[in-house]
Design a protein around this ligand. Sequence first.
Ligand code: PBG
Length: 334
Amino acid sequence: MSSFENQARFPSYRPRRLRSKVALRELIRETTLSPSDFIWPLFVMDGEDTAFPIPSMPGISRHTIDRLPNLAAKAKSLGIPAICIFPYTEPTLKTEDCKEAWNSNNLTNKAIRAIKDAVPEILVMTDIALDPYNVKGHDGIVRDGQILNDETVEALVKMGAAQASAGADILGPSDMMDGRIGALRTMLEQNGSHNVCILSYSAKFASNFYAPFRDAVGATSALDGDKNTYQLDYANGDEAMRMIARDIAEGADMIMVKPGMPYLDICYRAKKQFRVPTFAYQVSGEYAMIQSVNNHEHVDEKKAMLESLLAFKRAGCDGILTYFAPVAAELLSR
Ligand code: PBG
């Protein structure tokens, strides 16, 4: 039986009545978008007082650590609660064993401390995966052409421990190895980091939309092959639900769907089924696509951007990782 059964008929029921005035439309609006919905991804690099524009992502730059306090202050003044750090690692620091990943003084850990020292209220999220530190460009340790699972999880645990002791508030495992959430949670409990959250990239698909990001973190030329033996086949929605269930059972506090816009069905199903804090990552390729309508006289880039972000809320997401965070927050606060 449909829930519209008791609805009056035209002309008693004139659906346009509720759309007839701005204030009425505002009054009955079902979902809203606010700066507090955003996690702002930032690319960091070595050096001094420099921003390097990323060619594949017009409008986005890599920043040196000394610029982070200002960016964190900007996030705070805009009402953005969290920043997510992605490092551009010098090629000379990339090795087969990826040991730079758990160096307590690597770029990510320096960035965490710089932000937490300057603006402690801003949440710092990290990415947990070995690709920025791997000569092979993969998220896991590679041997004889295989991406090793269990050895990678051991490395990820060391990486997460270093990030938690640097002061990270949220760990974001994006690697898609099996067993990593449970291993990270056990480590956090043993180390007394009870309140460090895990936002698991549970439903991370092997997507073509990550290409500009790989350019941004300098992983494009390093990547040997594809990520299809660990990231999800983008044809599979039920499998994504199984991964989310598994990660929640292993101790994830929040879950993520990635990419975002082509995967709104996954966001919707995830929230309906699990009712846990659910995020979408509007990834670099989505950013580049929406940003490029800038040059299109018929599409208003800013309005299209806000529409794309609100769609995540409508699909059930609690928040969005988006490179548009500061621009969108500024528009929303006007
Ligand atoms: C690394 C990682 C990737 C992204 C976030 N973390 C790339 C990948 O898996 O190849 C992509 C983000 C984006 O495209 O904006 N594991």
